[in-house]
Design a protein around this ligand. Structure first.
Ligand code: URP
Ligand code: ZN
Ligand code: ZN
Length: 465
Protein backbone atom coordinates (compact mmCIF):
# COMPACT_ATOMS: atom_id res chain seq x y z
CA UNK A 1 0.00 0.00 0.00
CA UNK A 2 1.43 3.45 -0.88
CA UNK A 3 2.65 5.48 2.06
CA UNK A 4 2.94 9.23 2.53
CA UNK A 5 4.98 10.55 5.45
CA UNK A 6 4.30 14.22 5.92
CA UNK A 7 6.13 17.08 7.66
CA UNK A 8 8.99 15.03 9.15
CA UNK A 9 12.48 16.41 9.72
CA UNK A 10 14.49 14.21 7.40
CA UNK A 11 17.97 13.39 8.64
CA UNK A 12 20.47 11.52 6.50
CA UNK A 13 24.24 11.19 6.81
CA UNK A 14 24.56 14.54 5.04
CA UNK A 15 21.22 16.38 5.07
CA UNK A 16 18.70 17.86 7.48
CA UNK A 17 15.46 19.30 6.06
CA UNK A 18 11.68 19.17 6.44
CA UNK A 19 9.79 17.45 3.62
CA UNK A 20 7.26 14.77 2.71
CA UNK A 21 8.23 11.28 1.55
CA UNK A 22 6.06 9.19 -0.76
CA UNK A 23 6.69 5.46 -1.02
CA UNK A 24 5.09 3.32 -3.69
CA UNK A 25 5.65 -0.39 -3.28
CA UNK A 26 9.03 -1.09 -1.72
CA UNK A 27 10.81 2.11 -2.67
CA UNK A 28 10.83 5.83 -2.06
CA UNK A 29 9.43 7.36 -5.24
CA UNK A 30 9.09 11.03 -4.33
CA UNK A 31 10.44 13.54 -1.82
CA UNK A 32 9.07 17.06 -1.81
CA UNK A 33 7.48 19.84 0.14
CA UNK A 34 3.72 19.65 0.51
CA UNK A 35 2.96 16.47 -1.43
CA UNK A 36 -0.83 16.58 -1.66
CA UNK A 37 -2.44 13.34 -0.36
CA UNK A 38 -5.34 13.97 -2.76
CA UNK A 39 -2.94 13.67 -5.68
CA UNK A 40 -1.54 10.33 -4.41
CA UNK A 41 -3.01 6.89 -5.08
CA UNK A 42 -6.46 6.56 -3.41
CA UNK A 43 -5.35 3.80 -1.03
CA UNK A 44 -2.37 5.81 0.30
CA UNK A 45 -1.75 5.67 4.06
CA UNK A 46 -0.73 9.08 5.39
CA UNK A 47 1.37 9.47 8.54
CA UNK A 48 2.00 12.86 10.11
CA UNK A 49 5.60 13.08 11.30
CA UNK A 50 5.51 16.72 12.44
CA UNK A 51 7.87 17.25 15.39
CA UNK A 52 9.65 13.97 14.69
CA UNK A 53 12.79 12.92 12.88
CA UNK A 54 12.68 10.67 9.84
CA UNK A 55 15.82 8.56 9.65
CA UNK A 56 16.81 5.90 7.11
CA UNK A 57 16.29 2.43 8.59
CA UNK A 58 19.20 1.62 10.87
CA UNK A 59 21.61 -1.21 10.11
CA UNK A 60 23.33 -3.39 12.67
CA UNK A 61 26.30 -4.89 10.83
CA UNK A 62 27.31 -7.35 13.57
CA UNK A 63 24.82 -9.59 15.30
CA UNK A 64 24.53 -13.22 16.35
CA UNK A 65 21.09 -14.81 16.36
CA UNK A 66 21.67 -18.50 15.72
CA UNK A 67 24.94 -19.14 17.51
CA UNK A 68 26.20 -22.47 18.80
CA UNK A 69 28.95 -21.19 21.11
CA UNK A 70 30.80 -22.17 24.28
CA UNK A 71 28.71 -25.29 24.84
CA UNK A 72 25.31 -23.64 24.39
CA UNK A 73 23.17 -21.72 21.89
CA UNK A 74 22.37 -18.02 21.81
CA UNK A 75 18.86 -17.45 23.11
CA UNK A 76 17.14 -15.48 20.34
CA UNK A 77 15.40 -16.80 17.26
CA UNK A 78 14.95 -14.66 14.17
CA UNK A 79 11.41 -14.05 15.35
CA UNK A 80 12.51 -12.48 18.64
CA UNK A 81 15.67 -10.85 17.30
CA UNK A 82 13.98 -9.19 14.32
CA UNK A 83 11.10 -7.97 16.47
CA UNK A 84 13.56 -6.50 18.96
CA UNK A 85 15.59 -4.95 16.15
CA UNK A 86 12.53 -3.28 14.62
CA UNK A 87 11.29 -1.94 17.95
CA UNK A 88 14.71 -0.36 18.25
CA UNK A 89 14.63 1.12 14.74
CA UNK A 90 17.00 -1.38 13.13
CA UNK A 91 15.60 -2.57 9.81
CA UNK A 92 18.55 -4.61 8.53
CA UNK A 93 20.74 -7.05 10.44
CA UNK A 94 24.00 -8.61 9.29
CA UNK A 95 24.49 -11.87 11.09
CA UNK A 96 27.75 -13.76 11.48
CA UNK A 97 27.58 -17.32 10.18
CA UNK A 98 29.78 -19.26 12.61
CA UNK A 99 30.29 -22.85 11.43
CA UNK A 100 32.22 -25.32 13.55
CA UNK A 101 35.62 -26.29 12.19
CA UNK A 102 34.34 -29.63 10.90
CA UNK A 103 31.32 -28.10 9.15
CA UNK A 104 31.13 -27.47 5.43
CA UNK A 105 30.64 -23.78 4.62
CA UNK A 106 27.76 -24.36 2.20
CA UNK A 107 25.85 -26.47 4.72
CA UNK A 108 26.41 -23.77 7.33
CA UNK A 109 25.21 -21.06 4.95
CA UNK A 110 22.04 -23.03 4.22
CA UNK A 111 21.45 -23.61 7.94
CA UNK A 112 21.86 -19.96 8.89
CA UNK A 113 19.78 -18.81 5.91
CA UNK A 114 16.98 -21.23 6.82
CA UNK A 115 16.77 -19.80 10.34
CA UNK A 116 16.14 -16.28 9.00
CA UNK A 117 14.24 -16.77 5.75
CA UNK A 118 10.48 -16.91 6.19
CA UNK A 119 10.83 -15.95 9.86
CA UNK A 120 12.57 -12.59 10.12
CA UNK A 121 10.44 -9.47 10.02
CA UNK A 122 13.44 -7.28 9.18
CA UNK A 123 15.83 -7.52 6.24
CA UNK A 124 19.06 -9.40 6.71
CA UNK A 125 22.29 -10.58 5.19
CA UNK A 126 25.36 -12.42 6.47
CA UNK A 127 29.09 -12.34 6.94
CA UNK A 128 30.26 -15.85 6.03
CA UNK A 129 32.44 -17.19 8.81
CA UNK A 130 35.61 -18.96 7.71
CA UNK A 131 36.69 -21.35 10.44
CA UNK A 132 38.81 -23.57 8.22
CA UNK A 133 40.36 -23.08 4.81
CA UNK A 134 40.97 -26.05 2.52
CA UNK A 135 40.14 -26.88 -1.11
CA UNK A 136 36.53 -27.78 -0.34
CA UNK A 137 36.00 -24.68 1.81
CA UNK A 138 37.49 -22.49 -0.92
CA UNK A 139 35.19 -23.95 -3.59
CA UNK A 140 32.13 -23.46 -1.42
CA UNK A 141 33.13 -19.95 -0.35
CA UNK A 142 33.26 -19.00 -4.02
CA UNK A 143 29.73 -20.34 -4.46
CA UNK A 144 28.46 -18.52 -1.38
CA UNK A 145 30.00 -15.26 -2.61
CA UNK A 146 28.25 -15.78 -5.95
CA UNK A 147 24.96 -16.00 -4.05
CA UNK A 148 25.43 -12.44 -2.81
CA UNK A 149 27.26 -12.88 0.48
CA UNK A 150 29.99 -10.34 -0.14
CA UNK A 151 31.79 -10.43 3.22
CA UNK A 152 33.66 -13.03 5.22
CA UNK A 153 34.37 -13.29 8.95
CA UNK A 154 37.46 -14.65 10.65
CA UNK A 155 38.19 -15.05 14.33
CA UNK A 156 41.74 -14.38 15.54
CA UNK A 157 40.47 -15.66 18.88
CA UNK A 158 38.70 -18.63 20.49
CA UNK A 159 41.65 -21.00 20.15
CA UNK A 160 40.63 -24.51 19.08
CA UNK A 161 37.02 -23.45 18.42
CA UNK A 162 36.30 -20.77 15.81
CA UNK A 163 39.82 -19.36 15.38
CA UNK A 164 41.83 -19.68 12.15
CA UNK A 165 45.59 -20.14 11.93
CA UNK A 166 47.87 -17.85 9.93
CA UNK A 167 47.88 -20.06 6.82
CA UNK A 168 44.09 -20.05 6.80
CA UNK A 169 44.01 -16.31 7.40
CA UNK A 170 46.41 -15.68 4.52
CA UNK A 171 44.45 -17.77 2.02
CA UNK A 172 41.11 -16.35 3.16
CA UNK A 173 42.39 -12.83 2.54
CA UNK A 174 43.84 -13.82 -0.84
CA UNK A 175 40.51 -15.29 -1.90
CA UNK A 176 38.70 -12.18 -0.66
CA UNK A 177 41.02 -9.96 -2.66
CA UNK A 178 40.43 -12.04 -5.80
CA UNK A 179 36.63 -12.02 -5.39
CA UNK A 180 36.31 -8.43 -4.16
CA UNK A 181 34.98 -9.47 -0.76
CA UNK A 182 35.59 -7.64 2.50
CA UNK A 183 36.90 -9.63 5.46
CA UNK A 184 35.58 -8.81 8.90
CA UNK A 185 37.74 -9.93 11.79
CA UNK A 186 37.60 -10.45 15.54
CA UNK A 187 41.10 -9.44 16.54
CA UNK A 188 42.91 -10.72 19.61
CA UNK A 189 46.05 -12.81 20.12
CA UNK A 190 44.49 -16.14 20.95
CA UNK A 191 47.68 -17.69 22.34
CA UNK A 192 48.16 -14.84 24.78
CA UNK A 193 44.51 -15.14 25.86
CA UNK A 194 44.89 -18.87 26.45
CA UNK A 195 48.11 -18.44 28.46
CA UNK A 196 46.70 -15.57 30.55
CA UNK A 197 43.61 -17.63 31.33
CA UNK A 198 45.75 -20.52 32.60
CA UNK A 199 47.80 -18.19 34.82
CA UNK A 200 44.78 -16.45 36.32
CA UNK A 201 42.95 -19.69 37.05
CA UNK A 202 46.08 -21.19 38.63
CA UNK A 203 46.17 -18.17 40.93
CA UNK A 204 42.55 -18.83 41.98
CA UNK A 205 41.24 -15.83 40.00
CA UNK A 206 38.00 -17.34 38.77
CA UNK A 207 35.37 -14.57 38.98
CA UNK A 208 33.90 -12.56 36.06
CA UNK A 209 36.14 -9.61 36.94
CA UNK A 210 39.18 -11.58 35.68
CA UNK A 211 37.84 -11.82 32.15
CA UNK A 212 39.34 -8.42 31.24
CA UNK A 213 42.81 -9.13 32.67
CA UNK A 214 42.86 -12.33 30.62
CA UNK A 215 42.52 -10.29 27.40
CA UNK A 216 44.20 -6.92 28.09
CA UNK A 217 44.25 -4.07 25.58
CA UNK A 218 47.64 -5.05 24.12
CA UNK A 219 46.26 -8.51 23.32
CA UNK A 220 43.57 -6.87 21.20
CA UNK A 221 45.96 -4.34 19.66
CA UNK A 222 48.30 -7.17 18.75
CA UNK A 223 45.45 -8.95 16.98
CA UNK A 224 44.63 -5.83 14.97
CA UNK A 225 48.27 -5.33 14.04
CA UNK A 226 48.47 -8.97 12.95
CA UNK A 227 45.42 -8.66 10.73
CA UNK A 228 46.75 -5.45 9.20
CA UNK A 229 50.05 -7.11 8.28
CA UNK A 230 48.16 -9.84 6.45
CA UNK A 231 45.83 -7.32 4.79
CA UNK A 232 48.82 -5.30 3.63
CA UNK A 233 50.56 -8.33 2.12
CA UNK A 234 47.45 -9.61 0.35
CA UNK A 235 45.81 -6.29 -0.60
CA UNK A 236 42.51 -7.46 0.89
CA UNK A 237 39.98 -5.01 2.35
CA UNK A 238 39.34 -5.65 6.04
CA UNK A 239 36.90 -4.54 8.73
CA UNK A 240 37.85 -4.85 12.39
CA UNK A 241 34.81 -5.74 14.46
CA UNK A 242 34.16 -4.61 18.02
CA UNK A 243 37.29 -2.57 18.76
CA UNK A 244 37.14 -1.82 22.45
CA UNK A 245 40.13 0.41 23.12
CA UNK A 246 42.29 3.23 21.83
CA UNK A 247 45.29 0.90 21.47
CA UNK A 248 43.43 -1.33 18.98
CA UNK A 249 42.04 1.59 16.98
CA UNK A 250 45.49 3.14 16.72
CA UNK A 251 46.88 -0.05 15.15
CA UNK A 252 44.17 0.16 12.49
CA UNK A 253 44.84 3.87 11.92
CA UNK A 254 48.57 3.21 11.49
CA UNK A 255 47.77 0.60 8.85
CA UNK A 256 45.27 2.85 7.05
CA UNK A 257 47.93 5.57 6.95
CA UNK A 258 50.28 3.22 5.12
CA UNK A 259 47.60 2.35 2.58
CA UNK A 260 45.81 -0.69 4.02
CA UNK A 261 42.11 -0.74 3.11
CA UNK A 262 40.59 -1.08 6.58
CA UNK A 263 37.43 -0.04 8.42
CA UNK A 264 36.84 0.03 12.15
CA UNK A 265 33.70 -0.88 14.10
CA UNK A 266 32.82 -0.17 17.69
CA UNK A 267 29.92 -1.85 19.45
CA UNK A 268 27.43 -0.14 21.71
CA UNK A 269 28.52 -1.91 24.94
CA UNK A 270 32.06 -0.54 24.55
CA UNK A 271 30.69 3.02 24.32
CA UNK A 272 28.46 2.99 27.39
CA UNK A 273 29.63 0.21 29.73
CA UNK A 274 33.00 -0.20 31.40
CA UNK A 275 34.99 -2.86 33.21
CA UNK A 276 33.53 -1.96 36.60
CA UNK A 277 30.27 -3.68 35.57
CA UNK A 278 32.07 -7.04 35.60
CA UNK A 279 33.06 -6.30 39.22
CA UNK A 280 29.48 -6.21 40.49
CA UNK A 281 28.84 -8.28 43.63
CA UNK A 282 28.28 -12.02 43.50
CA UNK A 283 27.97 -13.34 39.97
CA UNK A 284 26.21 -10.25 38.52
CA UNK A 285 29.35 -9.33 36.59
CA UNK A 286 28.78 -12.31 34.27
CA UNK A 287 26.02 -10.32 32.55
CA UNK A 288 28.74 -8.06 31.19
CA UNK A 289 31.24 -10.67 29.98
CA UNK A 290 31.94 -10.31 26.28
CA UNK A 291 35.05 -10.38 24.11
CA UNK A 292 36.94 -8.14 23.70
CA UNK A 293 36.02 -7.26 27.28
CA UNK A 294 34.57 -4.08 28.68
CA UNK A 295 37.50 -1.77 29.35
CA UNK A 296 38.62 0.76 31.93
CA UNK A 297 36.31 3.78 31.92
CA UNK A 298 39.13 5.99 30.63
CA UNK A 299 38.68 4.25 27.25
CA UNK A 300 35.09 5.38 26.70
CA UNK A 301 35.74 9.06 25.82
CA UNK A 302 38.51 7.97 23.51
CA UNK A 303 36.17 5.63 21.66
CA UNK A 304 33.54 8.36 21.36
CA UNK A 305 36.22 10.66 19.94
CA UNK A 306 37.28 8.05 17.38
CA UNK A 307 33.64 7.75 16.36
CA UNK A 308 33.05 11.49 16.10
CA UNK A 309 36.26 11.99 14.12
CA UNK A 310 35.22 9.30 11.63
CA UNK A 311 38.14 6.96 12.39
CA UNK A 312 35.52 4.47 13.56
CA UNK A 313 32.91 4.07 10.81
CA UNK A 314 30.17 1.99 12.35
CA UNK A 315 28.37 1.29 15.61
CA UNK A 316 27.12 -2.29 15.80
CA UNK A 317 26.03 -4.34 18.80
CA UNK A 318 27.68 -7.78 18.58
CA UNK A 319 24.30 -8.85 19.94
CA UNK A 320 25.06 -12.28 21.46
CA UNK A 321 22.16 -13.13 23.77
CA UNK A 322 22.61 -15.66 26.57
CA UNK A 323 20.31 -16.01 29.55
CA UNK A 324 21.73 -15.08 32.92
CA UNK A 325 20.08 -17.85 34.95
CA UNK A 326 20.56 -20.86 32.71
CA UNK A 327 23.52 -19.92 30.53
CA UNK A 328 25.84 -17.31 32.04
CA UNK A 329 25.81 -19.49 35.17
CA UNK A 330 27.85 -22.08 33.26
CA UNK A 331 30.73 -19.91 34.45
CA UNK A 332 29.69 -19.62 38.10
CA UNK A 333 32.66 -20.54 40.28
CA UNK A 334 32.58 -23.07 43.13
CA UNK A 335 32.70 -20.41 45.88
CA UNK A 336 29.41 -19.05 44.50
CA UNK A 337 27.84 -22.50 44.19
CA UNK A 338 28.73 -23.36 40.58
CA UNK A 339 31.24 -25.44 38.67
CA UNK A 340 32.79 -22.92 36.30
CA UNK A 341 35.00 -19.88 36.08
CA UNK A 342 35.23 -16.72 33.97
CA UNK A 343 36.46 -18.72 30.94
CA UNK A 344 33.24 -20.75 30.82
CA UNK A 345 30.79 -17.84 30.88
CA UNK A 346 29.16 -17.66 27.41
CA UNK A 347 30.48 -14.41 25.94
CA UNK A 348 28.07 -11.75 24.80
CA UNK A 349 25.71 -8.92 25.71
CA UNK A 350 22.16 -8.72 24.30
CA UNK A 351 21.67 -5.25 22.83
CA UNK A 352 20.10 -5.31 19.36
CA UNK A 353 16.97 -3.58 20.69
CA UNK A 354 18.82 -0.83 22.52
CA UNK A 355 21.60 0.27 20.15
CA UNK A 356 19.82 3.12 18.36
CA UNK A 357 18.10 4.54 21.44
CA UNK A 358 21.24 4.40 23.58
CA UNK A 359 23.40 5.82 20.81
CA UNK A 360 20.90 8.65 20.38
CA UNK A 361 20.65 9.23 24.14
CA UNK A 362 24.37 9.01 24.91
CA UNK A 363 25.66 10.28 21.57
CA UNK A 364 23.28 12.89 20.15
CA UNK A 365 21.65 14.16 23.35
CA UNK A 366 25.04 14.70 24.99
CA UNK A 367 26.46 16.53 21.95
CA UNK A 368 29.07 13.85 21.25
CA UNK A 369 27.57 13.18 17.81
CA UNK A 370 25.62 15.35 15.41
CA UNK A 371 22.41 13.94 14.00
CA UNK A 372 24.17 13.39 10.66
CA UNK A 373 27.04 11.51 12.32
CA UNK A 374 24.51 9.40 14.21
CA UNK A 375 22.84 8.34 10.96
CA UNK A 376 26.18 7.76 9.27
CA UNK A 377 27.60 5.45 11.92
CA UNK A 378 24.37 3.59 12.72
CA UNK A 379 23.14 3.16 9.14
CA UNK A 380 24.72 4.71 6.05
CA UNK A 381 28.34 3.69 6.54
CA UNK A 382 27.42 0.02 7.01
CA UNK A 383 25.32 0.15 3.83
CA UNK A 384 28.26 1.61 1.90
CA UNK A 385 30.96 -0.67 3.31
CA UNK A 386 28.90 -3.83 2.84
CA UNK A 387 27.47 -2.94 -0.56
CA UNK A 388 23.77 -2.57 0.28
CA UNK A 389 22.80 0.06 -2.28
CA UNK A 390 19.13 0.28 -1.34
CA UNK A 391 19.81 0.79 2.36
CA UNK A 392 21.03 3.60 4.60
CA UNK A 393 19.66 6.47 2.48
CA UNK A 394 16.56 8.56 2.10
CA UNK A 395 16.47 9.22 -1.62
CA UNK A 396 14.27 8.49 -4.59
CA UNK A 397 14.93 4.88 -5.58
CA UNK A 398 16.14 3.79 -2.14
CA UNK A 399 14.35 1.07 -0.18
CA UNK A 400 11.50 2.55 1.86
CA UNK A 401 13.13 1.58 5.17
CA UNK A 402 12.25 4.51 7.40
CA UNK A 403 12.25 5.29 11.11
CA UNK A 404 9.97 8.03 12.39
CA UNK A 405 11.67 8.88 15.65
CA UNK A 406 10.06 10.65 18.57
CA UNK A 407 12.69 12.74 20.39
CA UNK A 408 10.17 13.71 23.09
CA UNK A 409 9.78 10.11 24.30
CA UNK A 410 11.15 9.34 27.75
CA UNK A 411 11.29 5.82 29.12
CA UNK A 412 13.49 3.17 30.69
CA UNK A 413 14.93 -0.11 29.49
CA UNK A 414 13.91 -3.30 31.23
CA UNK A 415 14.08 -7.04 30.60
CA UNK A 416 10.42 -7.12 31.68
CA UNK A 417 9.39 -5.14 28.61
CA UNK A 418 12.06 -5.89 26.01
CA UNK A 419 11.48 -8.19 23.03
CA UNK A 420 14.83 -9.95 23.11
CA UNK A 421 14.55 -13.49 24.45
CA UNK A 422 17.04 -13.06 27.28
CA UNK A 423 16.04 -12.99 30.93
CA UNK A 424 18.10 -9.91 31.70
CA UNK A 425 19.09 -6.56 30.26
CA UNK A 426 22.59 -5.16 30.64
CA UNK A 427 20.89 -1.74 30.72
CA UNK A 428 18.18 -2.46 33.29
CA UNK A 429 16.61 0.82 34.45
CA UNK A 430 18.60 3.02 32.06
CA UNK A 431 16.78 6.05 30.71
CA UNK A 432 16.29 6.55 26.97
CA UNK A 433 15.49 9.94 25.48
CA UNK A 434 13.77 9.12 22.22
CA UNK A 435 12.29 6.07 20.53
CA UNK A 436 11.00 5.02 17.10
CA UNK A 437 7.26 5.54 16.85
CA UNK A 438 6.81 4.17 13.32
CA UNK A 439 9.15 1.90 11.37
CA UNK A 440 8.85 0.69 7.79
CA UNK A 441 10.70 -2.05 5.94
CA UNK A 442 10.50 -1.71 2.14
CA UNK A 443 7.33 0.33 2.38
CA UNK A 444 5.50 -1.90 4.84
CA UNK A 445 4.72 -0.48 8.27
CA UNK A 446 6.19 -2.90 10.81
CA UNK A 447 5.96 -0.74 13.94
CA UNK A 448 3.03 1.66 14.25
CA UNK A 449 2.59 3.96 17.27
CA UNK A 450 5.26 1.88 19.06
CA UNK A 451 3.23 -1.33 18.49
CA UNK A 452 4.64 -4.24 16.51
CA UNK A 453 2.50 -4.91 13.43
CA UNK A 454 4.94 -6.79 11.18
CA UNK A 455 4.22 -9.94 9.25
CA UNK A 456 6.37 -12.92 10.16
CA UNK A 457 8.77 -13.52 7.30
CA UNK A 458 8.49 -10.06 5.73
CA UNK A 459 12.30 -9.75 5.95
CA UNK A 460 14.36 -10.59 2.89
CA UNK A 461 17.96 -11.42 2.08
CA UNK A 462 19.35 -8.03 1.09
CA UNK A 463 21.07 -7.82 -2.30
CA UNK A 464 24.73 -6.82 -2.12
CA UNK A 465 27.12 -5.35 -4.63
O1 URP B 1 31.51 -11.75 23.37
C1 URP B 1 31.22 -11.86 22.22
N1 URP B 1 31.69 -10.96 21.40
N2 URP B 1 30.43 -12.87 21.80
C2 URP B 1 30.03 -13.23 20.52
C3 URP B 1 31.11 -13.84 19.70
C4 URP B 1 32.05 -12.80 19.15
O2 URP B 1 33.21 -12.79 19.51
O3 URP B 1 31.65 -11.97 18.36
ZN1 ZN C 1 33.92 -11.37 18.17
ZN1 ZN D 1 30.37 -11.14 17.27
Amino acid sequence: MPLLIKNGRIITATDDYVADIYCDGETITRIGTSIDPWLCAPNTTTIDAAGKYVFPGFIDPHVHVYLPFMGTYAKDTWETASKAALFGGTTTLIEMICPGKADEPMAAFETWLSKAQGVSACDFTFHMGVTRFDALAEKQLREIAARGIRSLKVFLAYKGALGVDDRELYHTLKLAKELGLIVTAHCENETLVAEKQVELLAAGKVDPRYHEPSRPVRVEASGVQHLMTFAELTGAEVYVVHTSCDEAVREAVAAIERGVKAHVEVVLPHLVLDQSYTEKPGFEGAKYVMSPPLRDKSQLPKMWNHLASGVVSTVATDHAPFDFEAQKTMGKPAHLGGKGNFTTIPNGIPSVEDRVNLLYTHGVCTGRLTLNQFVACASTNAATIFGMRGKGRIAVGADADLVIYDPAYRGTISAKSHSMATDYSAFEGWEIKGKPSTVTVRGQVVVRDMQFVAERGHGRLTPRQ
